[in-house]
Ligand binder design. Structure first.
Ligand SMILES: *[C@@H]1O[C@H](CO)[C@@H](O)[C@H](O)[C@H]1NC(C)=O
Ligand SMILES: *[C@@H]1O[C@H](CO)[C@@H](O)[C@H](O)[C@H]1NC(C)=O
Ligand SMILES: *[C@@H]1O[C@H](CO)[C@@H](O)[C@H](O)[C@H]1NC(C)=O
Ligand SMILES: *[C@@H]1O[C@H](CO)[C@@H](O)[C@H](O)[C@H]1NC(C)=O
Ligand SMILES: *[C@@H]1O[C@H](CO)[C@@H](O)[C@H](O)[C@H]1NC(C)=O
Length: 390
């Protein structure tokens, strides 16, 4: 208990010391940011689901092995800064990794082994790499409806909170290393696209995806005391619970409709709580599923209840006020109203997601999806000074 309190005090000190570094700026709703410069568009890879799982990632993993290595090294440096215990942790990961991977469900187990083989990185570290995307993701997701009733789904993925602030460059250490690893994936079976997603190379779960003609999905982290280690202990003791990334991946691979996806994301015990932002293919079909780790207490918030033409989620329960030091919701809502329903579209949503502090130093990418056409485009994001750290 004392340890936790000390940690909180340290965290608050860190928050204030980082926040004190931010020069003043005025919040405006960005106009005309779209399209960004061509070099910011992320590359695309095909993942062939007909291949054996161990071979699906060969091309991507060997192309991006240096980027994956760099991220892992940055992560280890960050842990290492916490001192001697952290070193033991890394040693443990290398030691236990092969056992942890044995306990993972298929096809994830073989996929991770394949990535390990193709990159030459220890299987334990590849496993850790896949788990660490399930923590510290701080994001903004929105689904909006155009005046003709077409649904657009867009999101910022902010990652790397508290993982080393570079005082000189005013950047988050890990965030900077992540951008070069971002790719769009086209998942195919029998030569046909099953779904498209945005991934950090080497991560096999799903954070942002579209099933063409059917539904769109994004996941935002939900901070809750009932997460993390309790979920992992429960998984070990009872075998109940699934990694969030595996649940979203299964949903994308198998759900045939918005309703089926909603069902899958609602009735499965997880390791940690989460927000699922889910859009369908018909006018008005959009919701935010606020999940506890267990299936009890799920809240489903519909776009009609959220104001009619859009629904927006950051990292706080929609029925509660956001944490006062991290209010991206109010500015995002202000910019949505500024955009008006007539402005809904790829460019309008990109502008909104490029407005500070919705765009901040943690933002790695903005993804834009349109369900009926199955369109997905992803842009790397950088936040020039003055800019908030989160
Ligand atoms: C590992 O990769 C090598 C080529 O780099 C390949 O020949 C071998 O079959 C792979 N092993 C497994 C288990 O996938
Ligand atoms: C800080 O920025 C400089 C110049 O852009 C770059 O060379 C350096 O690698 C950066 N430092 C870190 C830790 O990223
Ligand atoms: C929407 O999805 C449902 C369920 O898959 C499908 O039957 C329907 O044809 C789709 N509608 C459109 C407009 O794509
Ligand atoms: C779920 O909630 C209901 C009512 O709130 C309660 O009776 C039930 O025991 C809970 N189930 C679990 C698994 O927690
Ligand atoms: C939106 O914001 C821009 C600049 O911040 C402003 O010029 C414009 O009048 C606003 N539009 C509406 C509808 O609020």
């Amino acid at each position: 208990m004392i340890m936790i309190k000390m940690y909180l005090v340290l965290l608050m000190c860190l928050i204030y010391s980082v926040a004190a570094q931010v020069p003043p700026y005025t919040e405006t709703c960005v106009q005309g940011a779209y399209p960004p410069k061509a070099h910011l568009k992320v590359p695309e890879y095909v993942i062939n689901l007909d291949l054996p799982p161990s071979q699906r990632w060969n091309q991507l993993a060997s192309d991006k092995k240096n980027e994956i290595r760099t991220i892992l090294d940055a992560f280890k440096t960050f842990i290492g800064e916490f001192g001697i215990i952290a070193k033991e942790v890394i040693y443990f990961i290398d030691l236990l990794g092969p056992l942890v991977v044995d306990a993972l469900p298929q096809p994830f187990q073989d996929e991770l082994r394949g990535i390990s083989n193709a990159t030459g990185i220890e299987i334990g570290e590849i496993t850790l790499y896949n788990i660490f995307y399930e923590i510290f993701t701080v994001c903004t997701s929105v689904i909006a409806q155009s005046p003709t009733g077409k649904l657009y789904h867009a999101r910022n993925l902010d990652f790397g909170l508290f993982m080393g602030w570079d005082i000189k460059n005013r950047t988050w250490y890990i965030t900077e290393k992540l951008r070069p690893a971002i790719v769009n994936l086209v998942w195919q079976r029998a030569g046909k696209t099953v779904f498209k997603s945005v991934n950090y190379a080497g991560y096999v779960g799903i954070l942002t995806a579209v099933s063409p003609g059917q539904f769109t999905l994004s996941m935002n982290e939900r901070f809750n005391i009932d997460g993390g280690y309790r979920g992992i202990i429960d998984l070990i003791l009872t075998g109940k619970g699934t990694w969030m990334g595996f649940l979203t991946r299964n949903t994308m691979e198998t759900a045939q409709s918005f309703d089926e996806a909603k069902y899958m994301l609602t009735f499965k015990q997880m390791i940690a709580p989460a927000y699922f932002i889910l859009g369908g293919n018909k006018t008005g079909q959009a919701c935010v599923i606020t999940r506890n780790r267990k299936v009890n207490g799920t809240d489903i918030w519909q776009m009609s209840q959220a104001g009619g033409w859009y629904i927006l989620e950051t990292n706080y329960d929609h029925w509660k006020a956001p944490f006062f030091l991290d209010d991206r919701r109010t500015p995002a809502n202000r910019c949505m109203r500024n955009m008006t329903q007539n402005g809904v579209g790829i460019a309008g949503l990109f502008n909104m997601l490029s407005s500070k502090p919705v765009l901040n130093k943690l933002t790695t990418y903005t993804a834009l999806m349109q369900v009926n056409s199955g369109h997905l485009e992803t842009w790397l994001q950088y936040c020039d000074d003055p800019c908030v750290p989160w």
